[in-house]
Design a protein around this ligand. Structure first.
Ligand code: HEC
Length: 147
């Protein structure tokens, strides 16, 4: 019996550590659909954000169009993002980038700051996030600048 109780605590402690780790940069508030920045000195940059946005690494443009970007072949799986900075504040935008699936679990949009742990994830990507916390902030600044 004691063993069961102590293993329960050990498992919980372990889960607690994991949770704290994923939430080192952003705290997700699922009730209000926002992600709050914990590290206040982590500052995004609009120009860097734009570069990430149009890069092939994240492929935002394969699903979204932004009228102010000249790139060809913009997608329409997702809503157009022109003027998105007037519709959402930074905390709302951050959650959409960090983990769109926490809003809609069936979303086809990837969760860009969630550790990838699928069974068949290649070892080099396993337990890693697609974007770094810095890149998330750069994207948030860029999206927020689209007024
Ligand atoms: C595979 C397609 C896909 C990709 C890639 C994708 N998105 Fe999305 N995105 C969507 C869809 C679909 C929605 C609509 C809501 C939903 O289903 O989650 C969405 C919603 C959004 C929203 C909220 C829009 C609104 O009006 O509510 C933002 C902001 C956004 N995406 C930003 C991005 C950024 C930034 C990237 C790249 C880092 C990106 N998306 C990559 C498909 C995608």
């Amino acid at each position: 019996m004691n063993l069961i109780i102590s293993s329960f605590f050990i498992i919980n402690l372990f889960l607690g550590i994991c949770r704290a780790e994923t939430n080192k940069f952003f705290e997700i508030d699922k009730k209000n659909f926002i992600a709050v920045k914990i590290k206040k000195d982590l500052l995004g940059n609009i120009e860097r954000g734009k570069k990430i946005f149009i890069s092939r690494k994240v492929n935002c443009l394969s699903c979204h169009e932004v009228p102010t970007i000249e790139e060809k072949f913009q997608g329409n799986f997702g809503p157009p993002l022109g003027g998105i900075g007037s519709r959402y504040n930074k905390e709302e935008l951050r959650l959409r980038v960090v983990d769109a699936k926490s809003i809609n679990p069936d979303s086809i949009m990837p969760s860009y700051f969630k550790r990838i742990k699928f069974e068949r994830t290649p070892a080099e990507f396993f337990n890693k996030t697609i974007l770094s916390a810095q890149e998330v902030e750069d994207l948030v600044e860029y999206l927020y600048s689209l007024k």
